[in-house]
Design a protein around this ligand. Structure first.
Ligand code: 13P
Length: 294
């Protein structure tokens, strides 16, 4: 089916208490493994490109790959732009067929974050593109920007309610900073479940859980129960991508057939994607009310 907007599939996930896996691809092989794993499990999936991946491959190439993979697929696939504060990049992704975009203006003051998020909503909503916005600041490294744990700011539920309300409760996903971080954790993070629960009770919008790599099963499941209907995984995939290649090299030191290396990466990625989709409860959830996106 054509690429779908993230808004409808996430709304269904929030209503029915599961989460949709959102993976950051790096090339065609990783995108293919994501779509095939979703098909195998009859699940919706979100493929979210980091800005640097878009810059590396170009809009047209990524859009072509995604249309080729999603078009004949029976499962709903959304193409999402991850963390972006550049409005011209957001506009261009929308033009090239991304079905949802994230405006990350979380490093700005509340009013400026709101202003930029509103502007993106006004750009995206009329053409059926979903919008994710962030409030509070999530620690770790994302898009070359490093935010130390001590500089991260947790979201306040009252402010979150106000933010979502001011945006007309139109967001496809709301990303509140609740103590998780991008990258590799040193231990398990302290998640602000009290704040998450209060927001869950007061905000009827699917939440995006950032920093999914390395979270314990208990944290993931508690977050999903409290409205985190989109779980982001990036760092783990980078490791699997590189290790898939290296492991094949170790096992076959004399093999110089590149396609075998690529296939080893594909299989390693596929197995992780399938595991995550299942873990988040997305298996068997492909038949949603999702409408094709723009
Ligand atoms: P990780 O890199 O920790 O998996 O986080 C991914 C993420 O939240 C992307 O926005």
């Amino acid at each position: 089916m054509p690429l779908v907007s993230m808004k409808e599939i996430l709304r269904d996930a929030r209503r029915d208490g599961y989460a949709i896996a959102a993976f950051n691809p790096v090339n065609y092989v990783s995108m293919k493994a994501m779509v095939r794993a979703a098909e195998e499990l009859d699940a919706p999936v979100i493929i979210q490109t980091s800005v640097k991946t878009v810059v590396y491959w170009g809009h047209q190439t990524l859009a072509n790959w995604m249309q080729e993979l999603a078009g004949p697929s029976p499962v709903p696939v959304a193409l999402h732009l991850d963390h972006c504060k550049d409005l011209s990049m957001i506009r261009k992704c929308i033009e090239y067929g991304w079905t949802s975009v994230m405006i990350d203006a979380s490093s700005f003051r509340f009013e400026e974050n709101l202003r930029l998020s509103k502007e993106v909503l006004e750009m995206a909503t009329p053409v059926g593109v979903g919008v994710e916005a962030e409030l509070g600041e999530i620690a770790g490294v994302e898009e070359e920007i490093k935010l130390a744990d001590e500089d991260a700011t947790l979201v306040k539920p009252d402010t979150a309610v106000e933010f979502c309300l001011q945006l007309g409760n139109q967001l496809a996903a709301f990303a509140p900073a609740i103590g998780t971080a991008h990258g590799v954790y040193k231990g398990q993070p302290e998640v602000a479940f009290d704040r998450l629960e209060e927001m869950y009770n007061r905000i009827d919008i699917p939440f995006a859980l950032h920093g999914g790599t390395g979270l314990s099963e208990e944290i993931i499941q508690r977050c999903i129960k409290l409205g985190c209907s989109k779980v982001n995984i990036s760092t783990q995939l980078k490791h699997v991508f590189v290790n898939g290649f290296l492991n094949y090299r170790t096992q076959h030191p004399k093999d110089y057939e590149p396609l075998k290396y690529i296939d080893a990466q594909y299989k390693a990625l596929y197995s992780v994607f399938a595991g995550k989709i299942q873990q988040f409860g997305g298996g068997g959830k492909s038949r949603t009310t999702a409408e094709p996106g723009a």
